[in-house]
Write a protein that binds this ligand. Structure first.
Ligand code: PEP
Ligand code: MN
Length: 338
């Protein structure tokens, strides 16, 4: 940690700061510049969290030297992307898996139909929410355990591993009993009780970026899961809230290469929630793969016009097949395959 002193800091104040920092087991190094004095703190930075640094007289600002996330940091895995296995599929390898399916599990028939269609078009995993976070308490909020049973049946029929959302720490074991991968959605990215709970389960987690989360917040959320022992985390950029009103969210394309440099965890993109419109899904998917994404998650529905959630952004089966056909060259340009 580097402490930048106020311009008018006194020698007594410097001595006091050094005493406080050294009392918790760190060493200090003072360097006096022309206009500023800097106090470097050497040792375990985490201990400094116990000091109210900004309220100690003479301190102007403090700057961490180490990254606040350790397990998620790229250094942790010696410069490579970690692989996360979900059923017989792998995130973070040369193949970029595509998860596809409806926003919500609406019934057995539509799921079976969707499972067959997306598997036929080359999807690697089946998505579908059985527990749905809805902005309005009056909206359809999922079929719950019935939805999970349906997903498991369609996995039997198609061989596709399933990824589905868990909303509440109390449901984590139930969902993990059916799902191959647990989705923690944007609205729950900082639900720390949920992050701790899924951190205790040995199930891969798809962690979606909160709509107002910085990338540091995002990696610290991953760190919560990993610090509980579950290292199988895949990050998902799904668009953030900005001032623009034309799109549902703003797709933060730069987040993909930035995250790939900062963490060893696989990073995938969700073009459906990012744009919120069916006609934006293909261009955003192409951009994501070209930018180095390790996979995609895409909403597909047998009849988007009658979908119980997110119909506007859901692809038809035909549109999904076209998307898969168009993705190949972008994956290849990034040195990957589908
Ligand atoms: C979803 O995947 O349907 C979903 C609710 O996503 P997000 O959490 O990114 O909004
Ligand atoms: Mn959705």
């Amino acid at each position: 940690m580097i402490i930048v002193a106020t311009k008018d800091i006194t020698t007594e104040q410097i001595d006091h700061i050094r005493e406080r920092v050294e009392a918790i087991g760190l060493r200090t190094h003072v360097s006096r510049g022309e206009s500023r004095t800097i106090i470097g703190c050497i040792g375990d930075e985490a201990r400094l969290a116990h000091l109210p640094l900004l309220s100690i007289p003479g301190i102007d600002s403090v700057h961490p030297v180490m990254r606040p996330y350790k397990l998620a940091a790229r250094d942790f895995a010696a410069d490579r992307t970690s692989t996360v296995r979900v059923g017989n599929r792998t995130f973070g390898g040369t193949v970029c898996p595509v998860a596809a399916g409806p926003c919500s599990v609406e019934g057995g028939g539509m799921m079976a139909e969707t499972g067959r269609a997306v598997a036929g078009a080359g999807a690697s995993l089946l998505r579908g929410g059985a527990f749905k976070p809805r902005t309005s308490p009056y909206s359809f909020d999922g079929l719950k355990e019935d939805g999970l049973r349906i997903l498991a049946e369609v996995r039997e029929q198609t061989g596709l591993p399933i990824v589905t959302e868990v909303l509440d720490p109390r449901d984590a074991e139930l969902v993990a009993g059916y799902a191959d991968m647990l989705q923690v959605g944007a609205r729950n990215m900082q639900n720390f009780a949920l992050l701790r709970e899924v951190g205790q389960l040995q199930r891969p987690v798809l962690l979606k970026r909160g709509m107002s989360a910085t990338l540091k917040d995002f990696l610290l959320a991953a760190e919560y899961i990993m610090s509980r022992g579950n290292m199988q985390v895949v990050l998902c950029e799904r668009g953030i809230r900005t001032f623009g009103g034309e799109m549902r969210n703003t797709f933060d394309l730069a987040a993909i290469p930035w995250l790939k440099m900062e963490t060893h965890l696989p990073v995938i993109a969700d073009p459906s929630h990012a744009g919120g419109r069916r006609d934006l899904v293909a261009p955003l998917s192409f951009a994501a793969l070209a930018a180095g994404a390790d996979g995609l998650i895409v909403e597909v529905h047998p009849d988007p016009a009658s979908a119980l959630s997110d119909g506007d952004q859901s692809l038809t089966f035909g549109e999904f097949a076209d998307l898969m056909g168009g993705l190949g060259v972008f994956a290849e340009a990034a040195g990957r395959t589908l």
